[in-house]
Write a protein that binds this ligand. Structure first.
Ligand code: FAD
Length: 644
């Protein structure tokens, strides 16, 4: 009997999992014109943050803006749920600003579900997927079946099951619990089916810190970190809704502070004493964990001379006093965790609400996928998120968008939608995954991109909306908003180019930036090219452009400052691409090349590639690292020396 008669419903695309990859995949597929069934183990956990209730940060914040530019949920949900906002890197100038928000965990989850259900084409279904239904001798997907015995048909399925594939939680060396994350069951069936189908599976690990009862904290001497939420929005989608300068913002809940404290010598000593009881150090876990989210055990072992380690106490939401102890990820026994917490200033009487733990899970090496994230082995099957060996909500969301759009386009027999590295961090992420693969949980950094000055958080909409428009991702209202935003940026640039500013207007503000005073009136655009000089301040001094939105003025300023860089960045990237045969002498002392990332230095020193192309194929060696390496080679050649 054909599946369509056995199936309860037929969709264009089925998405398995309601996490960050799954929800974005569903929305992206729906925007790309597909009918979508989102099947997830518990509807209440749609949009659940497994670890830290925070979105964004360096490079990740740019991905959120890119997901948002392509119509995704993450930025919109974060605007609705932010209880603490900070723009990181503000001291370094707007080109490298990085938005980061602490969210109300419950509000975020509910916001994702509400926004998801606004799409008429998405049907949410509670069920744990037990197996895929396959045609053509197992080479083509045709639907899925849940543990509850429900069947659904579709030509495309997107798998986004996160850390749930044969997940195992570890606390200490004796407590091992099967689970996808604390309190939720693991899933073995799908993994067994994919093994049998010949897909390669490997294991990674990650960890999370304990949570504590905020009522047990002594806040008196802790450093308070306030929010900057009134300054910024994540999403362009409410561009004209509530102009910021009128103070009418109501999107987010009331703001809450975070607090800073430290793990000091007594806590470090306890960790050293109990290190063999840690799941990660006592031999219970052998798989690779994320280099850049180290456990506190890792920090103490690898940096024995660090006097102390900074910790952030982050609120979990308005509906609870629970705090997340950011920086204290651990798999030590629960009793030891409590003892360590009580050595920390402010936490002397801390009560633990949830113990920290580590988790091991299956992932599928992403070199098994094509550039749309479709499996090469099984047609119609896409993979997105943590199951591809990445870590982080934002990386998962970015992959979800690409998988969702492409699954829909594949069903409708349209061309693939692939983002180039020069267009976005999402393009870098997918390209890195499918061409180099991963040998440790992959997260994004600005250094992974060779286009760091032109691919910024402020210009995500300008970069990606034309691509999204070309494949009809937006509704008419959104198109009008995108046009309005682009017009505002153009107006700001034209105003800067057509308006002169007199020395009497500019000199007071130039004095503060350490650049030379003006000798005569000069176009604002010229003055705005100077480092440290803001276009908004120049407009204010010249008394023009006060009606323009702040975000549009910032983008205009950066476009003026970095106008020539795109060509330069592209030229450097092209040059690198032609240098694959360049020989890397055996004598290179990689440890001393401080312009390279630590990861690159360690991996190059360990593997000693013979050519630049071989170096480029090592997971984790970024184009920025390769550029630095070429620079060092050329310098050594000029000086007639070896790189040492
Ligand atoms: P998930 O968010 O895990 O979502 C998977 C979804 O699939 C869930 O809704 C689940 O219910 C559903 N599902 C699973 N199996 C099935 C099935 N068979 N049928 C139906 N539905 C199914 N990231 C960091 O960046 N830094 C960290 O420090 C960090 N620490 C972490 C600590 C822990 C303990 C965990 C669990 C994760 C941590 N992460 C961390 C990772 C981060 O949570 C993930 O990168 C992110 O959630 C991945 O999103 P995803 O959509 O791929 O998967």
């Amino acid at each position: 009997m054909p599946l369509s008669t056995l199936a309860e419903a037929t969709f264009d695309v089925l998405v398995v999992g309601g996490g960050h990859a799954g929800t974005e995949a569903a929305v992206a597929a729906a925007r790309a014109g597909a009918t979508v069934g989102l099947v997830t183990s518990a509807l209440e956990t749609i949009g659940q943050m497994s670890c830290n209730p925070a979105i964004g940060g360096i490079a990740k914040g740019t991905v959120v803006r890119e997901v948002d530019a392509l119509g995704g949920l993450m930025g919109r949900a974060t605007d609705l749920a932010s209880l603490q906002f900070r723009m990181l890197n503000q001291g370094k100038g707007p080109a490298v600003w990085a938005p980061r928000a602490q969210c109300d965990r419950g509000l975020y989850r509910r916001a994702v579900r509400t926004l998801l259900e606004e799409h008429a084409g998405i049907h949410t279904i509670q069920g744990t997927v037990a197996r895929l239904l396959l045609d053509d001798n197992g080479k083509q997907v045709s639907g899925l079946e849940t543990l509850e015995g429900r069947r659904f048909a579709a030509r495309a399925v997107v798998l986004t099951t996160g850390t749930f594939g044969r997940g195992k939680l570890h606390i200490g060396t004796t407590a091992q619990i099967a689970g996808g994350r604390a309190g939720e069951g693991a899933n073995a069936h799908l993994g067994e089916q994919l093994d049998a189908a010949g897909l390669e599976t490997r294991r990674f690990k990650t960890g999370t810190p304990p949570r504590i009862d905020g009522r047990s904290v002594r806040y008196t001497n802790l450093v308070v970190q306030p929010s900057e939420v009134e300054e910024h929005d994540w999403s362009w989608s409410h561009f004209w809704d509530a102009p910021r300068r009128t103070g009418e913002r109501t999107r987010h809940p009331d703001q809450m502070p975070c607090w800073i404290t430290y793990l000091e010598a007594p806590g470090k000593t306890l960790i050293e004493q109990h290190i063999n009881e840690s799941a990660m150090y006592g031999g219970a876990i052998t798989s690779q964990g994320p280099r850049y989210c180290p456990s506190v055990e890792d920090k103490v072992v690898k940096f024995p001379h660090a006097e102390r380690h900074q910790l952030f106490l982050e609120p979990e939401g308005h509906d609870t006093r629970e705090l997340y102890v950011n920086g204290l990820s651990t798999s030590l026994p629960a009793t030891v965790q409590l003892d360590i917490l009580r050595t920390i200033a402010g936490l002397e009487n801390a009560r633990v609400t949830r113990a920290g733990y580590a988790i091991e899970y299956d992932y599928y090496p992403p070199t098994q996928l094509d550039s749309t994230l479709q499996s090469r082995a099984i047609a119609g099957l896409w993979f997105a998120g943590q199951i591809n060996g990445t870590t982080g909500y934002e990386e998962a969301a970015g992959q979800g968008v690409i998988a969702g759009i492409n699954a829909a386009r594949w069903v409708h027999e349209r061309d693939p939608f692939v983002l180039g590295r020069e267009s976005s961090y999402i393009g870098v992420l997918v390209d890195d995954l499918v061409t180099r693969g991963v040998d440790e949980p992959y997260r994004l950094f600005t250094s992974r991109s060779e286009f760091r000055l032109t691919v910024r958080q402020d210009n995500a909409l300008a970069r990606l909306a034309p691509l999204g428009s070309a494949i009809h991702l937006y509704n008419a209202r959104e198109v009008a908003m995108i046009d309005a935003r682009a017009n505002a940026e153009r107006t700001a640039i034209q105003l800067a180019e057509n308006t002169s500013i007199a020395p009497s207007q500019a000199d007071a503000l130039l004095e503060g930036t350490g650049t030379a005073p003006l000798t005569h009136a000069i176009r604002i655009a010229e003055v705005a090219k100077r480092q440290g000089v803001s276009l908004a301040a120049l407009f204010a001094a010249a008394e023009v452009g006060c009606e323009l939105p702040r975000d549009a003025v910032i983008t205009a300023e950066l476009e003026l400052k970095y106008a020539g860089y795109f060509v330069r960045e592209r030229r450097a990237a092209n040059r690198l691409a032609t240098m694959g045969d360049t020989v890397l002498p055996e004598s290179i002392a990689y440890e001393g090349l401080l312009a390279l990332s630590t990861e690159a230095r360690q991996k190059l020193a360990a593997r000693r590639p013979g050519t630049l192309a071989q170096a480029a194929s090592i997971p984790g060696i970024s184009p920025a690292d390769l550029q630095s390496l070429v620079f060092e080679l050329e310098r050594a050649r000029r000086l007639g020396s070896n790189i040492r």
